[in-house]
Design a protein around this ligand. Structure first.
Ligand code: ASP
Length: 467
């Protein structure tokens, strides 16, 4: 057991967590799980989160100030953003292709779909000319409520949550076209550092600080650089220490998540059966990204490494992404795996991965494309080519704008639905299966970041892979 590689220990923790959750709900121990096991999962996420911000701060500054040629930074930045954008758009394309080919929404029985269609038309009539997110609409929509009863899809509990999420999306929508640029610039760096949601502001500050540090003569800032490099090492060590206990924490996380989802094992299955076709299509798309898309990119650029080997070396980050559903919480471990196991230089990991965790979410963008079309199919709404292209655009932007935390993609889905005139409250329909699918899409998000950083390192001559 002692010599077992970490990723195997994590898998064992994960499986034991799932077994525990099912056994506990069969034996009526759910409350025990929530009270005595779930808190350890929460503690784990808290530790990872508090490490993430300082680690990003120090590793970016240390990476940039260590660059021999500062003009390299502009090229690196353009390359990073360019590749991230291409992979995200490709992911939306894969999602659209699959959902249009398999048509999971059309597999639902005809009668329900006709009812859904009528409810949709009633909703469309009622909301015509009404600002889509105004109070009237939010406060209740009879046609929709009726549909929710009729459809008998396990969405009842999702309806309230849907309203709360709508308000979050409304806030995001109110902003102007350049607000994303404004949001990147910190007003008060102490405030930004104290808030995990403001990671982009921390990145902005760190790049600016790093570039300025590199521009000051070495003898004046030698000790500052030493301090930053040293502190960075300490945070990396903290990740190392926490990872030793990761198998136990992952066990607690899995047991807790499942115990909070449903009271009986049967409930979990029921939830899945109702939304089975959607979940399967989405899972196929996400698996395609992991097992076909990224391997193709990787083997065409990095010839010396097999994808299997790549997979093995980043697997602790993938399992963690699965159990935390958060790319931000996984970031410290992703950085460690890519740097120490794959051999990507710190200049690259410190810059490419934190940006990736916040803006590159291929799994999320693919999910948004599949979810919107599935919901339209379920309501017998045909979307034109123009509308599908709008989805490419909005799903790409919405995934960039999604925070790297659980369920962020679901909130942004509202904006994608609205962009093509669909009822945003439909998110309640897919809500019951969202947490599990969120786990899978987060693995895609993290794998995408790791792949792109490896490819960039190779192209910059900064990959030191040891077979
Ligand atoms: N949970 C995802 C992540 O952290 C975002 C999402 O909800 O899609 O990457």
């Amino acid at each position: 057991m002692k010599n077992l590689p970490l990723h195997w220990k994590i898998i064992i923790g994960l499986v034991l967590g799932i077994i525990w959750a099912f056994a506990a709900s069969a034996l009526g121990w759910n409350q025990f799980t929530r009270d005595w096991i779930d808190p350890f999962g929460v503690i784990f996420i808290r530790i990872l989160k508090f490490i993430a911000v300082p680690l990003v701060l120090f590793s970016i500054i240390s990476g940039i100030s260590g660059l021999k040629d500062i003009s390299k930074l502009g090229r690196l930045g353009a390359k990073t953003l360019g590749i991230y954008l291409v992979t995200t758009i490709a992911a939306v394309g894969v999602g659209l292709l699959l959902v249009n080919l398999i048509k999971p929404g059309a597999l639902v029985d005809e009668d329900s779909r006709i009812k859904n269609r009528l409810a949709y038309e009633a909703w469309a009539d009622e909301t015509e000319g009404v600002e889509i997110l105004d109070g009237k609409y939010l406060s209740g929509d009879e046609a929709y409520a009726e549909f929710m009863d009729d459809a008998r899809i396990a969405a009842a509990s999702g309806a309230d949550v849907a309203e709360a999420k709508m308000q979050a999306a409304a806030k995001a929508k109110e902003q102007g076209p350049l607000s994303f640029l404004v949001e990147m610039v910190p007003e008060n760096i102490v405030f930004s550092i104290s808030n995990n949601a403001l990671m982009l502001q921390v990145i902005f500050f760190a790049i600016f600080f790093g570039v300025s540090l590199a521009a000051v003569p070495d003898e004046k800032v030698k000790s500052v650089k030493k301090f930053i490099d040293g502190t960075n090492e300490v945070f990396l060590k903290m990740v190392d220490v926490v990872m030793q206990a990761a198998p136990f924490f992952v066990f607690a996380l899995m047991a807790g998540v499942l115990a909070n989802m449903a009271d009986t094992p049967g409930e979990v299955f029921e939830i899945f059966i109702g939304l089975g076709s959607y979940s399967i299509v989405l899972t196929i798309g996400l698996a395609f990204m992991i097992f076909v898309f990224y391997p193709l990119i990787l083997i065409s650029v990095v010839k010396e490494m097999s994808y299997k080997e790549f997979f093995k070396r980043i697997s602790p980050a993938q399992f963690l992404a699965f159990s935390t559903s958060s790319s931000a919480a996984t970031l410290p471990v992703t950085m460690e795996c890519v740097e120490q196991n794959i051999g990507v230089s710190r200049n690259i990991t410190g810059f490419v991965l934190p940006i990736g965790a916040t803006v590159n979410m291929d799994g999320t963008s693919l999910y948004q494309a599949v979810a919107v079309i599935f919901l339209a199919q379920l309501h017998m709404v045909d979307l034109s080519l123009g509308q599908q292209l709008t989805i490419v655009l909005t799903a790409t932007l919405a995934s960039i704008g999604s925070a790297a935390v659980p369920s962020a993609g679901l909130v942004m889905l509202i904006i994608v639905l609205q962009s093509v005139g669909l009822n945003p409250l439909w998110i309640a329909i897919i809500f019951p299966v969202d947490r599990i699918l969120d786990m899978i899409r987060t693995v895609v998000n993290v794998t995408g970041d790791a792949t792109v950083s490896t490819v960039i390192a190779k192209s910059e001559g900064e990959l030191n892979y040891q077979p």
